[in-house]
Write a protein that binds this ligand. Structure first.
Ligand SMILES: Cc1cc2nc3c(=O)[nH]c(=O)nc-3n(C[C@H](O)[C@H](O)[C@H](O)COP(=O)(O)OP(=O)(O)OC[C@H]3O[C@@H](n4cnc5c(N)ncnc54)[C@H](O)[C@@H]3O)c2cc1C
Length: 424
């Protein structure tokens, strides 16, 4: 990238911000457009009563090297506070601690043989360096092969259904590989304990500092600018009637084919062929903590949420996130925030006998329809390329994460690779 050119970036999430930062450092002239009034996308803050917190729970792993390099550039890496956390597991109406090997060996719902097969599956996955070799294998086939029928039925399928709904049927084994690889990375300390990091104030601190740095790098940031179309002349048109032309446009949002109507039929088919999971998440501010597990995985299909995340493990507030991942056609999308809040709070009482609805001091419900592209069987063969048929128009978004889960570290790497021409 020698000659300085004009770059338009659509979407001010972590991907758009990192691209803007890298391009500006490479001497390019960058304008960043974000639909919302704030930058940050899935990582931006929200309010739960008097508390400002991450809209969705976010932690940093010690192995998040690309993210930590970025935090170092922003002067924030040494501000991360690290903590060991505990993990819970809710199955057959009972809550169990699953935070170390001894607890795993004691785990009552499974026989010793099943536990050994579960451990062997996790070990097997952790030995695979490139998960793309599992892309052709349906996830349930791979899990049944390594874990056996009992573990697959009692543990894996409820977990897969919780995260993917009925889309688990089309999902490849690369998905479970990526999830296990990230879980393994969290435990890669001498004590084999889970280590999570967090900035005081959460991602809000990162975003505020990032925005300052982008501005100091000469990047023009326009929030409240929702792109509605991008034409062949690389002019982006916005809902507020404004438009902007550049030499290049990078669209970082999942709804790219709706904006770029001049793509070829093949490109449109590939983009529209991607299936996304969305999310509804209830965040509660409680007067008392629940059970002291950072994550409680749920393999019990009677509960309306996917997991319980207790922030009291990492911060001084009793914030609890109750996420529910949803496919595009899930009936829950039609419910009001109040209906969802009531259902989730009621179900929490069934999990934690000491919990009372009066412990809820404040609640917020947030939702997003495009959180994660489902890694279906044969995914990367059907994925559209980043450079489109329109010269100068690039579409790069979370669907292009191929060998990992959708997380900030992978997102930063996407931007790094794009700007370095694949060398990062
Ligand atoms: C529940 C949950 C928990 C998570 N936990 C973690 C975690 O612990 N650790 C971790 O590393 N990662 C975590 N992640 C993942 C992380 O949040 C994402 O990987 C990352 O934020 C994705 O950034 P992005 O820029 O690709 O997408 P987004 O954040 O979706 O950003 C896209 C941006 O584009 C904007 N936009 C959309 N349409 C338009 C338009 N037409 N015009 C202009 N702008 C538009 C949106 O408003 C948004 O700001 C979590 C995600 C969720 C949902």
């Amino acid at each position: 990238m020698n000659k300085s050119q004009d770059w338009t970036i659509i979407g001010g999430g972590i991907l758009g911000m990192t691209l803007a930062h890298r391009l500006a450092r490479a001497g390019q002239h960058v304008t960043l457009f974000e639909a919302h009034e704030q930058l940050g996308g899935l990582a931006r803050p929200s309010n739960v009563g008097p508390v400002t917190c991450d809209r969705y729970y976010h932690v940093i792993l010690q192995s998040d090297t690309a993210l930590r390099r970025l935090l170092h550039e922003l002067g924030l890496d040494d501000k991360i506070q690290w903590a060991t956390t505990r993990t819970g597991f809710f199955v057959d109406g009972q809550l169990h601690s699953m935070s170390n090997t001894l607890e795993f060996l004691r785990f009552p719902p499974l026989s010793l043989l099943s536990k050994l097969r579960l451990a062997a599956t996790i070990y097997r996955a952790s030995r695979i360096r490139d998960g793309r070799i599992l892309e052709q294998v349906p996830v349930s086939d791979w899990l049944s092969k390594w874990s056996g029928k009992e573990v697959t039925r009692r543990i894996w399928l409820p977990l897969l259904r919780a995260k993917l709904g009925e889309n688990w049927r089309d999902t490849s084994a690369a998905f479970i590989w990526a999830s296990i690889a990230r879980m393994y990375a969290a435990r890669r300390t001498g004590a084999k304990k889970e280590m999570f990091g967090r900035l005081p104030g959460g991602y809000g601190q990162l975003l505020a500092r990032f925005a300052e740095v982008l501005t100091s790098e000469g990047i023009a940031i326009h929030t409240n600018h929702q792109a509605v179309s991008i034409d062949r002349s690389l002019t982006a048109h916005f809902q507020n009637g404004q438009s902007h032309q550049g030499d290049h446009v990078v669209v970082t949002v999942p709804v790219a084919p709706e904006l770029c109507r001049n793509l070829t039929a093949d490109e449109r088919e590939r983009f529209f062929g991607l299936k996304y999971q969305g999310i509804v998440c209830v965040t509660l501010l409680l007067s008392k903590p629940l059970a002291g597990f950072y994550v409680t995985n749920i393999a019990d299909e009677g509960l309306p949420f996917t997991a319980v995340i207790e922030m009291s493990e990492l911060s001084s507030q009793n914030l609890v996130y109750l996420p529910k991942y949803l496919s595009a056609d899930d009936a829950l999308w039609a419910q009001t925030d109040e209906q969802i809040r009531q259902t989730f709070v009621q179900a929490l009482g069934g999990m934690y006998p000491a919990f009372r609805p009066e412990h809820v001091q404040a609640a917020t419900v947030v939702r997003d329809r495009h959180v994660m592209a489902i890694p279906t069987v044969g995914y990367s063969r059907r994925l559209p390329s980043v450079s489109t048929s329109i010269p100068g128009l690039h579409i790069l978004n979370s669907a292009h994460i191929l060998n990992g889960t959708a997380n900030v570290n992978e997102t930063v790497q996407l931007a790094d690779r794009f700007v370095s021409g694949g060398r990062a």
